[in-house]
Write a protein that binds this ligand. Sequence first.
Ligand code: ADP
Ligand code: RBF
Ligand code: MG
Length: 367
Amino acid sequence: MSTAPPDAQADHNQRQAAHFDTHADKFMGPLTADVEARLASFAKACPLPPGARVLDVGTGTGALVPHLQAAGAAYVLGVDLSPRMVELARSRFPDLGSAGNTHGARFWCGDAAALPSFQGPFQAAFFNGMFGNLLDQHDTLARVTLMVAHGGHVIISHPLGRDYVDQLKAAAPEIVPHTLPTESELRAMCADLPLKLLSIDDGSNHYLAVLQVPSLYALARAPVRMGGNVVTGFGRGSAKMGVPTANLPPDELAATLSGLSRGVYFGWAALKGEPGVHKMVMNIGKRPTFADGAGDTVEVHVMHDFGRQFYGEELRVVVVGFIRPEMRFANIGALVDRIRADVGISRNMLDAPQMASAASDPYLAFK
Ligand code: ADP
Ligand code: RBF
Ligand code: MG
């Protein structure tokens, strides 16, 4: 996935914070009735279950927050890069601190792409009036999507529309590097994300795209079968991460892999000569978290204790689901935390009847 270099991202975030710190007070003025009405309709764009937790990315002074609350959000977390904006937003709502489970609105100052996972999961995440301000729209969309519960929604909206954002971009590209994606651009952006585009209204003076995180993370082309004799990797999976990964030979699998984007998948695995079919989660990619991550690897973590190593032996997998694209993490601890979440999601998803049936795929019986 495209990821801006960390220093470019840090520079961009600093520029956003400084710009909105300077202009924050202008965002406290009343909005027109028209804009308020559009914000109200955006907040109702997806169902919010009772007790819903909602993330408002680029909350500014919290303009969308009352509308989210009116639409049924019990818990709103507003996130913004500008400390002054966050200060003003906090001044408009009862002070609840920055974490906790009491219903109401809270605010967190920082990059939504770096929001600690304990703040989630959310039933919905909104990018309102700010998507063009992101340096790497795909990367931030991917990371925020991981904070949204399965079956939840991601909303990209703007109360003044794409033409307006075009003008902002033309006037100050260092602050607004992108415009809003057209329908085909949004589909392309979501191609390797666990997101389904439910609707898009790209009107002349408003923009509303409604995306959903699938409830089963099913892979469109499932089942995908692949296998091979286990090869050695970098010796890090078990030793440094506590997650052994049996590496499959990528060259032999080139034809199968060409149709799959880099990322994390799950399904079923069997080792030749050993009884049983086991749940597995796997990564296909280049391990961008590590300096030695370059060549493509296919790594399978089998959720079973074999009590031994099995290098050179034949491992087969049937892939049924896709969780997320491969990403660069700030450090090995953050990667391991995320892999643990991937293991948990996979284990749960594979219990669903649609996913469980693939365990009896004849390919896994070596016949
Ligand atoms: P490498 O870097 O060589 O791939 P790892 O530390 O990732 O080494 O460990 C992977 C090896 O551990 C596999 O090749 C396999 O022989 C063994 N292993 C044992 N149990 C498992 C398991 N449940 N899932 C994956 N590999 C396992
Ligand atoms: N490496 C990354 O650099 N980024 C990832 O997003 C990533 N996701 C993974 C998800 C799972 C479920 C597994 C098993 C591995 C993942 N890896 C990822 C690969 C990891 O870096 C690799 O297993 C170790 O470096 C050992 O080779
Ligand atoms: Mg390995």
